[in-house]
Design a protein. Structure first.
Lengths: 385, 135
């Protein structure tokens, strides 16, 4: 008899098993390889022969792989010292191990793409092939990226607290990549952020988790079956995932109540205000503008100022929006698209149509380009009448 | 099997028959066009002839070695450059005839008025590695 493989369980055990190996004295790079081997073995063996203690099974197999891989005399001597190591860790120790791994995989010495790849493999338990597929690069390229990343962090001592902000940036990058291939990176980012939130009590971790849940909730409404984009105002709100919204709002409220505001909480607050509106017309744009002001105080990024101009356009009218846009660098991504939208709302269809064409020219992806071209075509059809 | 690159041009190819810029189409015509392209690629995946595809942004930069100890020189885009690639699709097919057939099909994608664009696509064979048995 075979039973379906519980891949979620398998993957959730990954950082814990890796942490145990590292604490038994294995170096991080070798331990990570051994755990990956054990995961592959589990996928092969478990369906026909499910273990009674999955974590114990993984630790045993991974440790054996690690020992097989380190055959030098020095390693053997060390192994003899290591064999009678401490008993398996309690839950608190496991959470701490997991947290250390997040810090290591997001270490500031890594480039963003390396940190993302290493996090997905060492903490997320994805295979190199899955990560390569998700990022549309050859598997050998991804394998190389991961092994270089491991070399880069090999000298880093575990056990020192890292900076949560770097971990959050990596998870945010994973979430934004969306999904391609057979791995849903957005869902994976949520799973990893949830696991992080269980390991550390930090309002910005909660803020990022809330932000992801609130955005993920709208996914079904964001594209049509043919892949074309549906703007927020035109989305069928009945397609939004209300359970995910409710969870996001609850996590956000608990985080905000602690009065340590950060950029992810502020972004989540904006997402929550959108999610909260029964119709697009009922959106509380005034409050959204206030949150953007808050965000500018926290980050002062030009992208935030651009988004603020959209919100101002809704709250105070398109002229006010255009005024807010005026001071911004027009080479910013989506600047032209925002200008087109505001001119259309202001009734200047000819300018809007021209700007939509220009914006399509500068679009960053195909769906966006098709959407902007369609906007131009729609206005040009009206102008021809 | 032989691999071919299908190249679509922003400029540089002879004018298409149905040569109306996309922003002058109706939104429905754009949707139909996008759908046609998706279906075409899906069909090639099913027949086992699809290798890859990518659209390219129109903005590009020319880059040149700047000399010892100096940063690379960048320039352009040059208005006088006649050729501007819009995107590519790579296929792996049994014959040149099949490659031509597929390129023709892709060029029939609907445009303004729902009529085929008759766009000129460039078909370029990839240079291959040497076969094991060459004699």
């Amino acid at each position: 008899m075979t039973s379906p493989l519980d891949e979620a369980l398998l993957r959730s055990l990954t950082p814990n098993v890796l942490g145990i190996l590292v604490r038994r004295g294995a170096d991080f790079a070798a331990a990570e390889d051994a755990v990956q081997d054990a995961l592959v073995e589990a996928v092969r063996v478990w369906p026909a022969d499910p273990p009674r203690d999955p974590k114990g099974w993984l630790v045993t197999v991974a440790w054996r792989r690690f020992l097989d891989a380190t055959r030098s005399d020095a390693a053997r001597r060390r192994r003899e010292d290591l064999l009678d190591e401490e008993p398996p860790p309690g839950p608190a120790q496991a959470a701490d191990d997991t947290l250390q791994l997040y810090f290591l995989c997001a270490h500031p010495s890594l480039t963003p793409s390396s940190a993302v790849a290493l996090t997905l493999r060492a903490v997320g338990g994805l295979t190199t092939r899955q990560i390569a597929q998700a990022y549309l690069v050859p598997e050998t390229t991804m394998a190389q990226r991961i092994s270089r990343a491991k070399r880069t962090v090999s000298g880093v001592r575990l056990g020192r607290p890292g900076d949560v902000a770097t971990v959050l940036r990596v998870l945010y990058l994973v979430f934004n990549e969306g999904y391609s291939g057979d791995v849903d990176l957005a869902a994976e980012a949520i799973r990893l952020t949830r696991q992080l939130a269980a390991a550390i009590d930090h309002p910005e971790v909660a803020g990022l988790l809330a932000l992801m849940l609130l955005h993920h909730a709208r996914r079904a409404g964001r594209t049509k079956p043919d892949g074309s984009l549906v703007p927020l105002a035109e989305q069928d709100r009945g397609l939004w995932d209300t359970a995910s919204i409710a969870e996001g709002v609850e996590i956000l409220q608990a985080a905000l109540a602690r009065d340590r505001l950060g950029e992810f909480q502020a972004q989540a607050a904006i997402a929550a205000l959108h999610a909260d509106a029964p119709t697009a017309d009922e959106t509380d744009w005034v409050q959204i503008v206030e949150w953007y002001d808050e965000l500018i105080r926290l980050t002062d990024s030009p992208v935030v100022r651009l988004n603020r101009a959209v919100a101002v356009g809704e709250a105070d009218g398109p002229r006010a929006g255009l005024a807010a846009l005026a001071g911004l660098d027009d080479s910013l991504p989506r600047h032209t698209a925002v200008a087109a939208h505001l001119h259309e709302r202001d009734g200047d269809l000819a300018t809007a149509a021209r700007l939509y064409v220009e914006a399509a020219d500068r679009a960053l992806n195909l769906a966006e380009r098709a959407h902007l071209t369609r906007q131009a075509a729609r206005l040009n059809a009206v102008l021809r009448r | 099997m032989a691999k071919y690159l299908l190249l679509k041009h922003y400029r540089g190819a002879p004018a298409a028959v149905n040569d109306v810029p996309m922003d002058q189409w109706t939104p429905e015509e754009i949707t139909a066009h996008v759908q046609y392209m998706r279906d075409f690629a899906d069909r090639l995946v099913e027949t086992g002839e699809f290798v890859g595809e990518c659209a390219l942004a129109p903005q590009g930069t020319f880059v040149q070695y700047g000399g010892e100890g100096r940063p690379p020189a960048t320039d352009g885009p040059f208005a006088e450059t006649k050729d501007l690639i819009a995107g590519w699709m790579m296929i792996d097919v049994d014959s040149y005839e099949r490659a031509v057939e597929l390129a023709g099909e892709l060029s029939a994608a609907p445009g303004a008025g729902g009529k085929p664009i008759h766009e000129w696509l460039e078909l370029r064979p990839l240079l291959t590695t040497q076969l094991t048995i060459t004699e």
